[in-house]
Design a protein around this ligand. Sequence first.
Ligand SMILES: Cc1cc2nc3c(=O)[nH]c(=O)nc-3n(C[C@H](O)[C@H](O)[C@H](O)COP(=O)(O)OP(=O)(O)OC[C@H]3O[C@@H](n4cnc5c(N)ncnc54)[C@H](O)[C@@H]3O)c2cc1C
Length: 494
Amino acid sequence: MKRTAVVGAGIGGLCTAILLAMRGQTVEVFEKNDVAGGKLWGFEAEGFRFSYGPSTLTMPWLFTEMAEQSGLGADILPYRRLPILHRNIFADGRSIDACESVSSMQQQIRAFSDADAAAWPHYLRDANRLYDLAMRHFFTRSFTRLREFASLPLLRAVLATRPQRSLSGYHRLFFKDPQVLMLVDRYATYVGSDPTRAPATLGMIGHIEYGTGVHYLPGGTVGLIHALLKICERLEVDVHTSSPVSEIVIRNGIARGLRVRGETVPFDAICVAADVGYATRHLIATDAAPTLWRKRVTSGQLSHSGFVLLLGVNRRYDHLAHHTVFYPSDYQGEFRQLFGQPSPLKDPTIYICNTSASDSTQAPAGGCNLFVLVNAPANLEPVDDATWVAYEDHLIDLLEHRCGLPGLRTAIVVRQRVTPDDLATRTHTFGGAIYGLASNSVQSAFLRPPMRVRGIDRLYFVGGSTHPGGGTPMVALSARLAAGLVDDELRQRR
Ligand SMILES: Cc1cc2nc3c(=O)[nH]c(=O)nc-3n(C[C@H](O)[C@H](O)[C@H](O)COP(=O)(O)OP(=O)(O)OC[C@H]3O[C@@H](n4cnc5c(N)ncnc54)[C@H](O)[C@@H]3O)c2cc1C
């Protein structure tokens, strides 16, 4: 039986391990932290429960299918569809409750623009078309073999995705009102990028949300990790926590094993589910990786990071939905700053996830658990702690005055901040860039860091920093592709 190692027990690493085990392989996962989960972890204090990391859950079937196939059943992931996808509150106080009902969306958008309301169904249809193209042609290919590129249907699909347009240019085909545009342009931040430069193909996110729903896992998102670990256990995948890998051992162009806990452990194949930029810099000897590869994955512009406050609050704010987004008056200025200057944003978009709005287990009665996230530039130089302490204070002012949370400061019972540097240290995410390299060019959808390095056999990259991209569904799709690649290549070697 062939043995595969997976480096990193985030969502990408766990899904890859599960899918390989289902194909009959012996799999071991090595995770540097003492818990699995990577960018998704749980935190509890004083009766408040938080999940740091992903909160907007989409395409749940990518995970429930694995649960079913493992024999445990989809019930271990009891996803619930949220009636309000997200509440969007603009700087002038007007708002849109994003929901799947076309007529309700049209009615709400009519308050901003009649023409935009009329365009809504056309937008949804086109977003659905982009999604179908992506599912058929882009998410089924790892783009690691030349023959995968040489395909007429693929070329047709690329041309049909409006490859010359940015995401925001794409949205302008349908909408004119600046606030309606903010609602959809925000999708660029789902891959840490700037809507004026990100590719139009991301328009498919509109279909993912409005066509297939935004979901919640009762008990908190961290339940996804608990379920994936149960599946691993069922399939006899060994997940070794507190096991930092210090080197991928490569000899004569073949990945042969890992250096872990001072030992060299041989494997038949190695999947790196840690950040590609980090792994290339720190786990692969300089002379083992081709210069071109190293340059490609280490020199691009980084996606943005995030600054997070986890706040346990002993009162409720009823205008907060499960997900609420407060937009600033200068939304485009946010992206100029994110990708132009390395300091925290003064007047950022503020996203609040308040799971206690739909799950009473998340906070003591009469209280709420607020996961507050603002975009922040990825930083190559650590920002000093005093800057973040002052920023936290500034954000609480904004929450009280801009977001309508009066008395917040004195109602906080539990408080924890997670800076971009904390994320970088905890998960080895280079620069704290949540999605690895930014998708800040119209070609970027087709140019993610690849899943294989030409010149090194038996080594594969998987997860949010590689193809097809970040976010929980893309990471699950990346795992499918990686498991397929490894399995095919190991079978050929038999
Ligand atoms: C604040 C925030 C909000 C987000 N919001 C959303 C959202 O709403 N919806 C959504 O879909 N996505 C969201 N995401 C993105 C999503 O969380 C990620 O895309 C996804 O979790 C990445 O998973 P991964 O397995 O690729 O990487 P990671 O989770 O980074 O896993 C990599 C793992 O490798 C381990 N590792 C690194 N180096 C080593 C080593 N040398 N040895 C052993 N182990 C190592 C790390 O410790 C880590 O556990 C968010 C992310 C963040 C940070």
